[in-house]
Ligand binder design. Structure first.
Ligand code: ADP
Ligand code: ADP
Length: 226
């Protein structure tokens, strides 16, 4: 059964020259529960727009997006969102950044053990009291992922989370992401322009083309995983 149902979504922007930009043109997509889906395509094809709609940070002009049968209207704890970089609160420590995900939900119980568990999971033991500027870019992305996962979302939405990392750190984070996915079976939706990354990580790959932003193909990858 589908966790996420995207049906006939259109989204047009007006640019600074008053021209219409069709960011998404009749996009429909069903995402299975527990699937690792990647969305690839050139810059400007509408990947971020689609992810922002799923996150509830933006609304379609027409069409619908739903998760678990609930229409998506705003951000919600059942959807974690990770940006490319720089999304941590610079004035909060690693553990407080992770806990800030929980606070957004208004849940304080078991906060300490939950945060400690996620710090362990992402391999940042010893960095609990560090501030974002004191850790590497790869570590910062792990923290952002932990913050998004601590609410145990049904789906994790990832917008080029490895785009700003060097190739070694990227490979490391890809494996961490696979490990977390296998562990929790969280549905993953990854936006990337890195085809190799998509093939390495995904069950399915959606290819988008720009102007207008459309899904041109959906590939089943279903790699055997050790
Ligand atoms: P991608 O993530 O694939 O690079 P985007 O979703 O960011 O693509 O953008 C899709 C298209 O919509 C692009 O042509 C982009 O310039 C345009 N666009 C995105 N956001 C806005 C905005 N806020 N105002 C105007 N145009 C936008
Ligand atoms: P109501 O019965 O007032 O609609 P709900 O708790 O059913 O309240 O839903 C409130 C909002 O929370 C919904 O609009 C939906 O976006 C979100 N929501 C609640 N439960 C889920 C869920 N299991 N999966 C996805 N979204 C949910």
């Amino acid at each position: 059964s589908s966790l996420i149902e995207i049906q006939k979504v259109f989204r047009t922007y007006i640019d600074t020259n008053d021209n219409k930009v069709e960011a998404l043109n009749d996009v429909s997509l069903f995402v299975r529960e527990g699937e690792f889906l990647s969305i690839i395509g050139p810059s400007g094809c509408g990947k971020t727009t689609l992810l922002r709609l799923l996150a509830g940070l933006d609304s379609p002009d027409s069409g619908s997006l739903a998760i678990n049968g609930h229409e998506i209207r705003e951000p919600g704890p059942e959807r974690g969102y990770v940006f490319q970089q720089g999304s941590l609160f610079p004035w909060l420590t690693v553990e407080k950044n992770i806990a800030s995900g929980l606070k957004a939900r208004g849940v304080y119980k078991e906060q300490k053990t939950d945060v400690a568990r996620y710090i362990e999971l992402i391999g940042l033991n010893g960095f609990e009291k560090s501030y974002p500027h004191q850790i590497s870019g790869g570590m910062a992305q792990r923290v952002a992922i932990a913050r998004a996962l601590i609410n145990r979302p049904s789906a994790l939405l990832l917008d080029e989370p490895m785009g700003a990392l060097d190739s070694f750190t990227r490979a490391d984070l890809q494996d961490k992401l696979l490990e977390l996915w296998k562990r929790d079976q969280t549905t993953m939706i990854l936006v990337t322009h890195d085809v190799d990354e998509a093939i390495y990580l995904s069950d399915r790959i959606v290819i988008m083309t720009p102007r207008p932003g459309k899904i041109s193909e959906i590939l089943d990858v279903q790699l055997p995983r050790s």
